[in-house]
Design a protein around this ligand. Sequence first.
Ligand SMILES: [Zn+2]
Length: 399
Amino acid sequence: MHDAPGAGGEGPRKLVIRNIGMILSGRLEQPILDGDCVVCDGARIAAVGREGDLDTADATTVIDAMGTTLCPGLIDSHVHPVVGDYTPRQNQLGWIDSTLNGGVTTMISAGEVHMPGRPKDIAGLKAMAIFAQRAFANFRPAGVKVLAGAPVIEHGMEEADFAEMAAAGVTLLGEVGLGSVKDGPTAKRMVDWARRHGMQSTIHTGGPSIPGSGLIGADIVLEAGTDVVGHINGGHSALPDDQIVCICEGCRAGLEIVHNGNERAALLALNTAREMGDLGRVILGTDGPAGSGVQPLGILRMVAMLSALGNLPAEQAFCLATGNTARVRKLDCGIIEPGRAADFVFLDQAQHSGGASMLESVALGNLPGVGMTVIDGVVTGGRSRNTPPAGRVPVRVRG
Ligand SMILES: [Zn+2]
């Protein structure tokens, strides 16, 4: 494992987080855990429970949570990074650092499509995918884990191209439909090749996002058979309601709802999945940077919106942004349990927001305040400069 930037020396690290007011697990089956303490060994969670029952001796770092809520670091299932912490899409620097201030500790690329002069020939798109995977594996902007290197498929690709990229470390496909392949049979053939070589896939669902992109309807989504139905609520233009329901019912893929989409369609997808008993398939993304800009608080805003307008208990809404995404995306973070990555966001009720608790406040549609973030057991940020101020913030008392 790599240490996050700022991890310090090479000696053993032990992080103890005590005085936790509430632990959100990230798991829909049991969203709230009993306990007030988490112990981490290096980059991994070692134990969760009551402080008196855990081995807290010899900690190199101790955080007093001051009664705040410990939540798995949020995961953005749909971003379009290009290079470092710069996006040419809106000429913005520091958008990933800003998003860390919104509680996001892991981002997944749906394609580095905003690269100026993006190569669309096969040699060029393979080179760019390998370059992006390498660059973000070697450098975590603000400490955030950016899983990138997500090629957009084009006509003419052969299975050997997928084998070559997979052997070089590429694990994702960018949104099917953003390239020249917009028909079901070709998409399915290439998605199957990608899957055979261990690459996960997603698809652009809905109308064109900007001039030059195209429509992908339910028939193509279902035939392509990607692992994730990218922005089922459109990015921005959603499909007609009957097609959204048809996709939910017609496959077993992850159902991704994004901030840069249609909010009414988001609620339709949520309600359809819930009625099917399939809330575990619903995952969240921002789809930023995009025409709507970047959304540092996008994932928190989705959690609050789906909780308030979708009548989803807030502790369940947080699971859509953490454990659900981790399971659908096969990540080692997103859930608070021993063995998982020690990626956390500390939350508390925003000052002067309604409700008797952080969860009640979120269920009323308010954002929580972020007080601290931790990635791989290392503190990466304190009180957020972007969320409304948290009532209480954790304090690092050692290390
Ligand atoms: Zn898209």
